[in-house]
Write a protein that binds this ligand. Structure first.
Ligand SMILES: [Zn+2]
Length: 299
């Protein structure tokens, strides 16, 4: 057998993305299936197993063994591999996803939050290489994050750590789906940036053409991200804050206000040294990070 491979899965609200990955982070094969959350749990599990089997056969064709898999899920995944909450894929709530997939495939399986997968991926293979402490912010439909402390993913006592999106930045601000108000997600997610029927990407295009209102939307999002990031940096003295996810494609539009807040609200020692960088893995951060978790499950 030439080498051992793992399968990383990014389970999104719309698509399941599968990648067959080697230890160097090279994607040797990939496939995708629709998530179709409304079709029910059995159907979703069947499509997950179908993708896994396709890539396992592809690995065998390459002369390699597939030894583990991991799946990143948009929601709260506890350290026992049970999905406790998922707004986008509610059919997974309460499901012991790691155990189910392990029983069906005979392989070790890890399940983790999708933002945690992104942080692992960027830390091992992307913009976070060489850093031992960082936060990767995932800016998309929601705002999430994964926290690497001292070279390890920090998931908290229950696996629920890293909810950067629900750090309050306006005490009496906009109500949030989490039950609180004024959470940073309400000011910096794709939905918060979207204006007048335009999506966040269209607002970004207008901002780049010099549209003052569009520029102000990104400046506001960057400002709130910076306020929340300053709290995290003051608390943890991190080496880097990485911006990942779809909205991070507007890094240049967000980062001036973000940096301004970060520097003005932190001590010079921590605020002066922390790097603010754009993730480099793009859409692959999730599958590559899941593969990192899968290789971790083999050891
Ligand atoms: Zn919230």
């Amino acid at each position: 057998m030439k080498q051992e491979l793992c399968i990383g899965i990014d389970l999104g609200g719309s698509n399941l993305r599968f990648a067959l990955v080697d230890r160097q982070g090279r994607v040797l094969a990939r496939c995708a299936e629709p998530t179709l959350p409304a079709a029910g749990l059995a159907s979703l599990l069947a499509r997950l197993l179908d993708g896994v089997e396709r890539l396992r056969q592809e690995g065998a064709r390459l002369g390699c063994g597939t030894v583990a898999l991991a799946v990143g899920v948009p929601g709260l995944v506890c350290s026992d591999g049970v999905v406790r909450a998922s707004v986008n894929v509610p059919v997974l709530e309460g499901v012991p996803l790691a155990r189910e997939l392990s029983a069906a495939t005979g392989m070790p399986v890890a399940a983790l939050n999708d933002a945690n997968a992104c942080a692992l991926g960027e830390n091992r293979y992307g913009a976070g290489r060489g850093y031992r402490s960082l936060i990767a912010l995932t800016l998309g439909t929601g705002v999430g994050s994964g926290l690497i402390l001292d070279g390890r993913l920090w998931t908290g006592v229950d696996g629920a750590a890293g909810e950067f999106g629900h750090i309050p930045v306006e005490p009496e601000g906009r109500p949030c789906g989490c039950g609180s108000r004024g959470c940073v997600e309400q000011y910096a997610s794709a939905g918060a940036i979207a204006r007048n029927g335009d999506d966040a990407a269209a607002v970004a295009r207008r901002a780049r053409q010099g549209d003052a209102a569009a520029l102000a939307v990104f400046a506001e999002a960057g400002r709130y991200l910076g306020i929340a990031a300053a709290g995290v940096v003051n608390l943890l003295n991190l080496e880097a804050v990485l911006l990942c996810g779809g909205v991070a494609q507007s890094f240049d539009l967000l980062v001036p206000a973000l940096r301004r807040e970060l520097v003005s609200r932190t001590f010079p020692v921590s605020g002066g040294r922390v790097r603010v960088e754009q993730g480099t893995l793009g859409d692959d951060a999730g599958v590559l990070g899941a593969a990192v978790a899968a290789f971790g499950a083999v050891l």
